[in-house]
Design a protein around this ligand. Structure first.
Ligand code: FAD
Length: 294
């Protein structure tokens, strides 16, 4: 099923992101995560891919996405990156996606390895055009409410975002953020630029201080003082930080849903308990906005 069907049926989707197991970990570890998420009935599950451009990694993403679909009956969204790899490898992966009946792809550039610019594809929009030419896929793309780290010019960045939509992206998933006001300002800018595809808000519950600080330093999301205080106060009390991080994310999501966001994309960190707690808190509200009784 194309994800467009879900957006037609529901006012606000709930989706989860998982990643393939790290080297040395068994693939079964991620299958256990998916099994935990299945009980929460996400609208779709997205599966990340490495930015190394290796066929082995891409195929692992496709295999896991296929498992999400065939074993658990949940629609998968397979991530695909285009830097650090060749056109041939990407074309083979697209064939493999089709063979595995994967219909939805999140087309990404990926981060350049060691600044390598000598690849067949420089930007995600080029990958979107390739996927469009090679088959009937539903294509999503990434967006950055607080700006992409490489971008110094907001107007240019929004123009490049529009190019991705014009190339064939039907929906955008945002980078994680902790300040909803920044997301709302971004949505306004995107609408003003004439981009009107659904935008899902990327939410990562801040349940692990070191992880959050590392991610924030990489993706240039800002930490609001309120969240910084929570992270410092409960740094040495993991269970309290867990509860406080879930509460903060819950508040963010309630505000986003109240403001009419079209989807919540939860960065689960492969921890189904995080997703379970969030759904426990907001599941009723989601049902309400989607016209079903909690
Ligand atoms: P692009 O859209 O190509 O943009 C990259 C930069 O180039 C931006 O600054 C943009 O403004 C600029 N730009 C675009 N077009 C042009 C142009 N024509 N001329 C000049 N500048 C231009 N990474 C992974 O490795 N694996 C994953 O699974 C993964 N999943 C992600 C999921 C989400 C929801 C998000 C938000 C990010 C994800 N990433 C993933 C990270 C992503 O690959 C990086 O942020 C990467 O640096 C940019 O990818 P992009 O697709 O947004 O690139």
């Amino acid at each position: 099923m194309y994800l467009s069907e879900l957006f037609q049926k529901k006012k606000c989707l709930f989706s989860c992101e998982i990643f393939p197991p790290k080297k040395n970990s068994e693939i079964e570890t991620v299958y256990r995560t998916i099994s935990g998420l299945q009980q929460l009935h996400p609208d779709f599950i997205s599966v990340t891919c490495g930015a190394g451009g290796s066929a082995v990694e891409d195929n692992l993403t496709v295999r896991i996405a296929s498992h999400v679909k065939e074993k658990y009956g949940i629609e998968p969204l397979a991530h695909l990156t285009c830097v650090n790899t060749s056109r041939n490898n990407l074309e083979e992966t697209i064939v493999f996606l089709k063979k595995n009946r994967i219909e939805n792809v999140l087309a990404l550039r990926g981060d350049r390895v060691d600044g390598n610019t000598a690849t067949d594809f420089a930007y995600a929009a080029e990958l979107i055009s390739l996927i469009k030419r090679k088959g009937n896929f539903y294509i999503a793309a990434a967006c950055y409410p607080e700006g992409h780290p490489e971008s110094s010019n907001r107007t240019e960045e929004i123009r490049h975002l529009k190019e991705k939509v014009e190339a064939g992206a039907s929906h955008l998933i945002s980078q994680l953020f902790f300040n909803n006001e920044n997301f709302y300002a971004f949505i306004n800018e995107v609408h003003t630029a004439g981009v009107h595809v659904p935008i899902e808000a990327g939410i990562m519950p801040a349940v692990d201080k070191r992880l959050i600080e590392k991610i924030v330093s990489l993706c240039s999301a800002t930490l609001p003082p309120k969240l910084s205080r929570i992270l410092s106060r409960f740094e040495k009390h993991p269970s309290m930080l867990f509860e406080a991080g879930i509460d903060y994310a819950t508040e963010q999501i309630i505000d986003l849903i109240s403001s009419g966001v079209q989807g919540i994309h939860l960065y689960t960190m492969n921890n189904p308990v995080v997703a379970e707690k969030i759904i426990h808190n907001i599941g009723g509200l989601l049902m309400e906005v989607n016209g079903r009784r909690p």
